[in-house]
Design a protein around this ligand. Structure first.
Ligand code: FAD
Length: 547
């Protein structure tokens, strides 16, 4: 068997290593346009900021090592220019010499990745405007960032944009983040990005939302960025991180099927429309795990897994890709944001029924030093309780909880399963009732009807005739620092003795800071004959919706 693999980083290198492990006799040719294979794309921003000090650390493995350990025929600085499907060969150009030659294949795996997008505006090709994909980009960015400049601008508040902001701040650069939409981190629901916004502002980052860049002009000390709104910003360097576009040219030119979203079409065995060609990674379209429709999700985990699957199937295996959940995490100046599965906004857009809960637990037992808080949000099916998606933001432990929920989604678990999950616990690591169990308790209580809840933004949108009587069950002091519009203060510890103050002909909404005292108040009132619901996630959730 002779396999040719195009692209030697995440998906391609995984496919090559797996192919070798499966077959010692196969001829495996790995063709990579750049000078390096298998480098750590995800580590690039941290080398710019100095967290990763040695450039060599970014090179996960070298072509020599792949040759000796995996007996791979690695050809770097070699670009595949065309695929001749009829004769099963590819045309390779050696970038240093300019020589071109043909290489035959029995099975071909495409792992060409995705290219950073650049807005088509005047001035976009001026010096000191950068995108970030590989080590050569990093060298250029690092040189400019360390050249004595004071101010950097990042265009795009996605994962890579925010990582660049963090690292510019660490370098001591005055940093401005520009985002076209009304929020950073587009895949998350807006209220869940508020703690990240606050962190950015607290670190002196200037954030400009809803700004569309229209042109860039050269000025004496750098660049003048002009926006459609009339805003202008001067910058000494600009990082463009507005997303990536699948590299599909080879696939298009050779007549392979392209999917509805513009990525290379593959089935769940990662096979393209040609049975001898597989494709993986950022270049392909896959099924969304929750919604089942086609998506392009450029993440390292899926690319690596797909590479393995393609290699297995190239040898006649029957491996299947289950779809992509979009499980992702980002660290921003000490805060973590993570998500898995469906967001609330996508559930709404797809008109899929759901319920949601918020909790604001501590990462580990509050009495043990260093406890950090987080917010978790979970969406689930209102009939079955099946978990559809989750998001987390905060300090330590967000990643761990979203990972557990990612597994729960893939395992087809419901909110009732979360109540029963047995997770490791000692005070420095978690709580005897882990935040995951808490999510299960709150959501299951909602499903069973014993803990009915209002979504705060739905409740506040009701007109006067239907809106509930709102009581704030926190202390008078907490109430004085801020409360929901129209709320009456009735601390939970006084509730049993002051029931006569409450109306019997009106629904009551009880709330506290994070939902726990509101839950107790709801139980007291319901057992005293009052129609009562807790305001999910309490005042803290309200503040996330109304920063
Ligand atoms: P790539 O890893 O991009 O590899 C494709 C390779 O193919 C390239 O090296 C390219 O030179 C080569 N190639 C293309 N066309 C040809 C051709 N015609 N001939 C020869 N070679 C060709 N994901 C996460 O999950 N978590 C993170 O924290 C994260 N951080 C990231 C940070 C940065 C700065 C970047 C750029 C990406 C990050 N990603 C992250 C995304 C992740 O790196 C990608 O999803 C993953 O690398 C995709 O793998 P791939 O094999 O499809 O493409």
């Amino acid at each position: 068997m002779k396999i040719v693999i195009i692209g030697g980083v995440a998906g391609g290198a995984s496919a090559a290593a797996r192919a070798r492990r499966l077959c010692e006799r196969a001829e495996i040719v790995l063709v990579e346009r750049g000078p390096e294979v298998s480098f750590a794309n995800c580590g690039l921003p941290y080398y710019i900021g100095g967290e990763i000090q040695s450039r060599d650390k970014l090179i996960v493995t070298t072509p020599e090592r792949l040759r000796t350990r995996f007996k791979l025929d690695v050809r770097t600085l070699s670009s595949v220019e065309a695929i001749d499907r009829k004769h099963k060969k590819v045309r390779i150009k050696e970038l240093e010499s300019g020589r071109t030659y043909d290489e035959s294949y029995e099975k071909l795996i495409l792992a060409p990745g995705a290219a950073p997008m650049r807005p088509d505006i005047p001035g976009i090709d001026l010096p000191n405007i950068f995108t970030l994909r590989n080590l050569q980009d990093v060298d250029r960015i690092k040189r400019q960032a360390n050249s004595g400049i004071k101010h950097a601008v990042v265009l795009g508040g996605g994962f890579i944009g925010l990582e660049m902001v963090e690292n510019f701040v660490k370098l001591g650069l005055q940093t401005t983040l520009i985002e076209r939409n009304g929020q950073v981190l587009g895949p998350l629901d807006q209220e869940m990005t508020q703690p990240i916004m606050q962190t950015l502002l607290a670190h002196g980052v200037k954030v400009e939302l809803k700004q569309n860049l229209s042109s860039i002009e050269p000025i004496d000390n750098g660049l003048l960025l002009r926006f459609e709104s009339g805003l202008t910003i001067q910058a000494e360097m600009l990082i463009v991180g507005i997303g990536v576009k699948p590299e599909t040219k080879l696939a298009v030119d050779s007549g392979l099927k392209i999917g509805t979203r513009g990525g290379i079409w593959v089935d769940d065995s990662m096979q393209t429309s040609d049975p001898d060609i597989y494709a993986v990674g950022d270049a392909v379209e896959v099924k969304d795990y929750v919604f089942g429709y086609d998506v392009i999700v450029p993440l390292a985990g899926p690319a690596n897994r797909q590479g393995r699957i393609a290699a297995e199937n190239a040898f006649g295996g029957t491996s299947h890709y289950r779809g992509t959940q979009g499980t992702a995490v980002v660290g921003v100046l000490g805060k973590t944001a993570a998500m898995t599965g469906a967001s609330e906004k996508l559930l709404k857009r797809n008109k899929m029924p759901y319920r949601k809960v918020y909790i604001h637990p501590a990462h580990h037992a509050g009495y043990y030093p260093g406890s950090e808080s987080m917010t978790l949000k979970m969406m689930f099916d209102p009939q079955s309780g099946l978990i559809l998606g989750a998001q987390g933001v905060g300090g330590a432990g967000v990643d761990k909880r979203i990972d557990v929920l990612a597994v729960a989604i893939q395992a087809g678990m419901s909110v009732y399963d979360l109540e029963e999950m047995e997770l490791c616990y000692a005070p420095q690591y978690g709580s005897a009732k882990d935040p995951i169990n808490m999510l299960g308790f709150v959501a299951s209580g909602l499903m069973r009807g014993e803990h009915p809840q209002f979504d705060v933004e739905v409740m506040l949108a009701q007109d006067a005739a239907t809106s509930p009587y709102v009581i704030d069950v926190r202390t008078a002091e907490e109430f004085s620092l801020g409360h929901l519009p129209g709320a009456v203060n009735l601390p939970v510890d006084e509730l049993r003795s002051r029931l006569s103050e409450l109306p019997r002909n009106r629904t009551i909404a009880a709330y506290c800071q994070v939902g726990q005292r509101g839950y107790l108040a709801t139980r007291i009132l319901r057992q005293s004959g009052f129609e009562t619901s807790n305001v999910g996630g309490g005042f803290k959730t309200y503040q996330m919706h109304h920063p």
